[in-house]
Design a protein around this ligand. Structure first.
Ligand code: HEM
Length: 549
């Protein structure tokens, strides 16, 4: 028993499942033996031996469980209590598991607790004040090691990962490094320079606005959608697919210009196939079980590699400042194009994975609440002259456009899945509990966002009215994570989404085809931000131009 559990501890998650299947197969093998061949007494002996083995296994299991979940917590109250389990199983629905564990420990006053999932121990911080302790601690809790694991998983070689996280001289050339940080850490500062409100962000916002202006026209939509339509016929799209495709192309355009599209026009589609299977990457599935995820990922990385093989002056369109600056720094370290492309893949992922899904959810909520849709339209009128968006920045102002603000927040609250993860590099006390080095600590934002004491009654209901009372200042509101890894793209994400939805509603009448139910979110599948939809939940919408603008 001990042996098999310590095996799980050092194995990747998928192995635990396979080991269990093998164990199950061994236990049931006698059932499928050709009965006629066995002599009766031999059969009886085998059956009695099997019964004894099962009894011993059960006894050991009971003893182990009693020791681990009853005796050990009594002997060591300084550690977070662990949510009991019989057999480690696949993380079928991680949100549900965390919510069940929290319920189980409710009488303990919401102290941090521990969960062992597929051999990895996570400590879960469920109170806002404990999550603040996690975010503040940059000494013994590390985000970098989580990123390094992702880099390894996606194909960066160990030498390059080490190089990326080795301190660089303060007087090096290129991007300033006054604190002697590594390039991996400096990259966070680069994101902030590119994406926090300043002139570099305004540059991206203008590009975003122009792209939306030219792409959200009837002619362009007809070219993308169904062929051979008469000029005044409405166009139809599957909404999830359409938002995903549009936003990935937009993200690619503003960060990489047109070069990636020229290299391989199928990159956005390949990315989307990967992104819907990203849970296989997060669970570290081996290649033979995850080719459907790794093959499209390889296609995107290959196109990125070809991008970096082209001399900069020959690339079509303008890349974002961040792309060129990061490329220069990586080259200065002597890192090759293949490793550079793999690192850029993480950036491609960060730009595209959440914005596309959040826009889909905003539009879905509006379509299913026609009064809200009209309120959104009225709120955003102020930004338009005819069908032209003349002041996109007014849409970002909660005082001028309170409905836009409330609907954005409520959508993020309900459809956000993500959790902040930190690796524990030294034993650490959080919420008065000792967390052991080598494990991970998790802040599940979704749990915080469903706290009735903060967000009001029926937190599972979509009610933008709940945002009337200054909720945004609350420490439990973490749609973009927290601490030094807080999402730097949050301003651009909101800008792109509101510009897009406002322009769409201004220029088109949009309605659902038929009477589809509200799409189901796939809360069980882990993602890095906003939830995907369950298979078969996408629905069609019809667009026709609005008259009298
Ligand atoms: C609605 C859309 C988005 C949501 C919900 C979202 C959410 C998140 C979350 C939860 C994190 C992790 C924070 C943590 O671990 O504490 C994150 C990180 C990040 N996001 Fe976003 N994001 C969105 C859009 C974007 C966009 C459009 C970009 C880029 C243009 C972006 C760039 C990043 C980057 C670079 C990081 C890593 C931060 C760092 O380590 O420096 N995100 N995002």
């Amino acid at each position: 028993m001990e042996l098999s559990f310590s095996l799980f501890h050092s194995s990747p998650p998928w192995l635990a499942g396979i080991t269990l299947h093998v164990a199950h197969w061994q236990l049931t093998m006698t059932d499928i033996s050709p009965v006629g061949i066995l002599h009766d007494s031999l059969k009886t002996t085998l059956q009695s031996n099997t019964a004894k083995s099962v009894a011993v296994v059960l006894l050991l299991l009971f003893a182990w469980r009693f020791w681990k979940f009853t005796l050990q917590p009594l002997l060591h109250p300084e550690y977070p209590k662990e949510y009991p389990y019989w057999i480690p199983s696949f993380f079928k629905d991680s949100n549900l598991l965390i919510a069940q564990a929290r319920q189980y420990f409710a009488h303990e006053g919401n102290e941090p607790f521990a969960l062992t999932v597929l051999g990895i121990t996570f400590y879960v911080a469920t109170q806002a004040k404990h999550s603040a302790e996690v975010y503040k601690n940059t000494e013994t809790l590390s985000f970098e090691s989580f990123v390094q694991a992702l880099m390894r998983n996606n194909g960066n070689c160990p030498r390059v990962i080490k190089l990326m996280y080795s301190a660089l001289p303060v007087d090096k050339r290129g991007f300033p490094n006054p604190h002697g940080e590594s390039l991996g850490v400096m990259a966070q500062r680069m994101h902030i320079i590119q994406l926090h409100p300043n002139e570099k962000l305004v540059g991206l916002q203008h590009q975003t606005m122009n792209w939306i202006d030219t792409h959200l026209t009837m002619d362009m939509l007809k070219a993308e959608g169904s062929d051979n339509l008469p000029p005044d016929a409405p166009v139809e799209f599957s909404l999830y697919q359409w938002c995903s495709n549009t936003f990935t192309r937009l993200g690619q355009h503003i960060y990489f210009g047109e070069t990636l599209h020229n290299i391989d026009p199928g990159v956005p589609d390949a990315f989307l196939v990967f992104d819907e299977l990203i849970w296989k990457m997060l669970y570290q599935y081996p290649d033979f079980l995850s080719r459907d995820m790794s093959a499209p990922r390889a296609r995107v990385i290959k196109a990125l590699q070809q991008y970096f093989e082209i001399p900069r002056e020959k690339r079509a369109g303008k890349a974002a400042w961040l792309i060129d600056t990061f490329e220069d720094e990586v080259r200065a370290l002597g890192i090759d194009n293949e490793n550079l492309a793999t690192m850029m893949f993480h950036l491609y992922l960060a730009i595209n994975t959440n914005a596309r899904k959040t826009v889909f959810w905003v539009i879905s909520y509006l379509l299913h609440n026609p009064n809200l849709l009209e309120a959104y339209r009225r709120d955003t009128e102020v930004a338009f002259s005819g069908d032209r968006l003349v002041d996109p920045f007014v849409l970002q102002n909660p005082e001028k456009c309170p409905q836009v603000d409330a609907i954005w927040n409520e959508t993020l609250r309900i459809t956000g899945w993500s959790a902040s993860v930190r690796s524990i590099i030294e034993d650490t006390v959080i919420g008065g509990k000792l967390m052991r080095k080598g494990n991970r600590v998790l802040v599940p934002h979704r749990l915080l966002h469903f706290d009735e004491n903060i967000f009001g009654s029926n937190p599972q209901e979509f009610r933008p009215e709940r945002w009337e009372n200054g909720l945004k200042q609350n420490a439990s509101w973490k749609p973009f994570g927290g601490g030094k890894t807080t999402c730097s793209g949050r301003f651009l994400a909101r800008f792109s989404a509101t510009t897009y939805v406002a322009t769409l509603l201004r220029r088109f009448d949009i309605k659902m085809v038929g009477n589809p139910p509200f799409p189901q979110a796939d809360a069980g599948r882990p993602v890095l931000g906003t939830m995907s939809i369950k298979d078969g939940s996408d629905f069609k919408v019809q667009l026709s131009p609005r008259a009298n603008l």
